[in-house]
Design a protein around this ligand. Structure first.
Ligand code: ADP
Length: 376
């Protein structure tokens, strides 16, 4: 918007008309003081300022405006009876730009100058916009880089832990074998196997993340029985955590068209998280039913729960709730992989949780996906 400042009403009106005819938005002030009040409230692209005014002349107004933050980008065109001494212009008015036109005003020249200032203003605005975007991008990349570094250090630690156990058990195994103690050999072998399972599942998760990143996570879909899958999953979990009771509510006798191994991976992830983040609780609830042609599955625990802002990020890559990350081992990628699997099956995934009370992780999957295109 342009502000015209002139104490002669006829000048104001005629200039306003010409500028508005050329599609410029115009505001007017009939004194220096009124102009200052307006500049305090509004950011103008340009001020056309009459030099000779009573009370406060145009130069004084310009001087005062140069201190206003709202006028940092504002250019000024002085309207003066005589050519302005270069002294004032070189005095260093720090704002957008300075120029002058002698009276009587040649409208064509004025319009040319106004358009030039507008163009410069527009270019500056775009440059600033680009600069802001670049700075945001740099910040975003810095954060991503930091997260990756943190992740590498956590991942190395997580991989090292089972590996160190394997080393220890192999030494024990060696000793027991030398002594011919077959029962101890069996026991140690079992422990080695558990640690190797852990290692291989960690590595599988890491590979999944890299597949997702590269757009290479593929699904092998076929019809399978939900009930059969759930029974298997519960058996696997009960085998590794016999002290935890998984209470399955309801039964769904339906077949769904999906990648069975991947859906199993999601349910196992929900259940192992529910157990991991509920120290001391012995019951985990598994709800399943069909709603509006969708399979709805949820896992409810009465564990540590999460705050609302933490819930917003649980499906983000590498996210771990900071305050519990020291207490519980993990890589912060399990739920990210789950979200990718469910969304790529055309489903929805989510969490409801209350800090200190527990969490419910759930997904909805279309019961028959066979004819639906897989979202990319
Ligand atoms: P992690 O290997 O860290 O468990 P996940 O991707 O499975 O990675 O989970 C991300 C984070 O979400 C976890 O680090 C934890 O802070 C939080 N979280 C996941 N499941 C639960 C749960 N059942 N209760 C409370 N917090 C959970």
């Amino acid at each position: 918007m342009i502000l015209i400042v002139d104490d002669t009403p006829e000048n104001l009106i005629s200039l306003q008309k010409v500028l508005e005819k050329n599609n410029f938005e115009v505001d007017t002030a009939s004194s220096g003081r009124e102009a200052l009040t307006k500049v305090l409230k509004t950011s103008y692209v340009l001020i056309i300022l009459d030099v000779q005014m009573p009370d406060m002349d145009g130069f004084e107004v310009a001087e005062a405006i140069s201190g206003y933050s709202k006028a940092k980008e504002t250019a000024i065109i002085f309207l003066s009876a005589a050519s302005i001494e270069s002294k004032f212009i070189s005095k260093g008015y720090l704002s957008g730009g300075l120029d002058y036109i002698t009276k009587p005003v040649d409208i064509n020249i004025l319009l040319l100058k106004v358009k030039t200032f507008y163009r410069i203003y527009e270019q500056n605005r775009k440059l600033k916009e680009m600069q802001t975007k670049l700075l945001e991008e740099i910040e975003f990349r810095k954060i991503a880089e930091r997260k990756k570094d943190e992740f590498i250090s956590i991942a190395s630690h997580e991989l090292k832990t089972p590996l160190t156990s394997v080393k220890g058990y192999v030494q024990l195994l060696n000793r027991s074998a030398q002594k011919g103690d077959t029962s101890m050999v069996g026991e140690h072998l079992g422990k080695v196997q558990v640690q190797i399972e852990k290692l291989s599942s960690l590595i599988a998760d890491l590979l999944d993340v890299s597949k997702i990143e590269g757009g290479k996570l593929k699904f092998q879909k076929q019809y399978f029985s939900v009930e059969g899958l759930l029974n298997n999953v519960i058996e696997v979990i009960q085998h590794s955590d016999p002290e935890v009771q998984i209470i399955k509510n309801n039964q769904v006798n339906c077949q769904i068209y999906a990648d069975e191994m991947r859906i199993e991976q999601v349910i196992i992830n929900f259940l192992t998280n529910a157990i991991k983040y509920s120290p001391g609780t012995q019951k985990i609830q598994l709800n399943v039913n069909i709603e509006n042609e969708k399979l709805h599955l949820s896992v409810i625990d009465h564990g540590i729960g999460m705050l609302p802002e933490q819930q917003q990020h649980v499906f983000d890559k590498f996210y771990r709730v900071e305050e519990s990350s020291q207490r519980f081992q993990g890589l912060g990628i399990g739920l990210y992989i789950c979200a990718e699997i469910i969304r790529r099956h055309g489903g929805d995934i989510g969490v409801k949780s209350e800090y200190g009370k527990g969490s419910e992780f759930y997904f909805f999957l279309p019961v028959s996906l066979q004819n639906k295109a897989e979202p990319s």
